[in-house]
Design a protein around this ligand. Structure first.
Ligand code: NAP
Length: 238
């Protein structure tokens, strides 16, 4: 299961996991065409896949999403909590209550709701990978500190769940990307943000979605069988 698997890092993750032999359920909220394109790419690899329009902030939608995935593909073995949003870049004092709640809901509440559905259903072990952000430790001052706070919550969720679910054979890890070339920066009103951040990054550039997907796929795989509670920073040195 990959949430927000229709675009950006989620889409790259879906394509990489399909190439590694996974059957995949992916969800998205709005962009039907993007989701259908990724679905076709998975089918082209010969893997089974379904795409479900579901808002991961809605507990009923999340339960329906997991029901459909189980009904059509079998028991859920892995979850990638990838869906995320920012709001418009700007000073903290100008943050609206609506943007605050939306950002906390999509980045943090959704990860908790999806992890709960997965944990209830993973009766023979499994793996969960959360996608947080380097912002969780950098703070994103002047841009979106509420987003950074939500992602810090995702890091804490990873640590707590790894300890609670480890005895059941469920590994829980996290990837914390730095700035990556996706449309999330257009939504935040700062499409060129990756170029600006690149000047500060020790590696001198922003990341590509597939460079994050590689880390997610590793943590999901049996190669990471002794890794749980890890927060893997993939941020070009920032
Ligand atoms: P993106 O290109 O904007 O894609 C976001 C994905 O999430 C889309 O598939 C979108 O689907 C889906 N989505 C958004 N809200 C949703 C909801 N309520 N329910 C279900 N799906 C929803 O974003 P991205 O840059 O790939 O980001 C992926 C993850 O990486 C996020 O958690 C983000 O915070 C994190 N991250 C990104 C960066 C970066 O620089 N790009 C850096 C650090 C962390 P629709 O289009 O259909 O709505």
């Amino acid at each position: 299961m990959v949430t927000g698997g229709s675009r950006g890092i989620g889409a790259a993750t879906v394509r990489r996991l399909a190439a590694a032999g996974h059957d995949i359920a992916l969800c998205y909220r709005a962009d039907d065409a993007a989701a259908e394109t990724v679905l076709a790419d998975v089918h082209a690899t010969g893997r089974r896949a379904i795409v479900v329009r579901a808002d991961v902030t809605d507990p009923d939608d999340v339960a329906r999403l997991f029901d459909r995935a189980e009904g059509e593909l079998g028991p859920v073995t892995g979850l990638v909590n990838n869906a995320g949003v920012t709001s418009r870049v700007g000073p903290f004092v100008d943050l609206t209550a609506h943007d605050l709640r939306h950002v906390i809901d999509v980045n943090l509440v959704s990860a908790i709701l999806c992890a709960q559905q997965a944990a209830r259903r993973m009766n023979h072990g499994g793996a969960i990978v959360n996608v947080s952000s380097a912002a969780a430790t950098l703070g994103a001052p002047g841009e979106y500190v509420h987003y950074a706070a939500a992602k810090a919550g995702v890091d804490a969720l990873t640590i707590g769940l790894s300890k609670e679910l480890g005895p059941r054979g469920i590994r829980v890890n996290c990837v914390a990307p730095g700035t990556v070339w996706t449309d999330i920066h257009t939504v935040s009103g700062d499409p060129d943000r990756p170029n600006r951040i690149a000047q500060r990054a020790p590696l001198g550039r922003a990341g590509e979605p597939d460079e994050i997907a590689a880390a997610v796929a590793w943590l999901l795989s049996p190669d990471a069988s002794y890794a749980t509670g890890a927060i893997l920073r993939v941020a070009g040195g920032l």
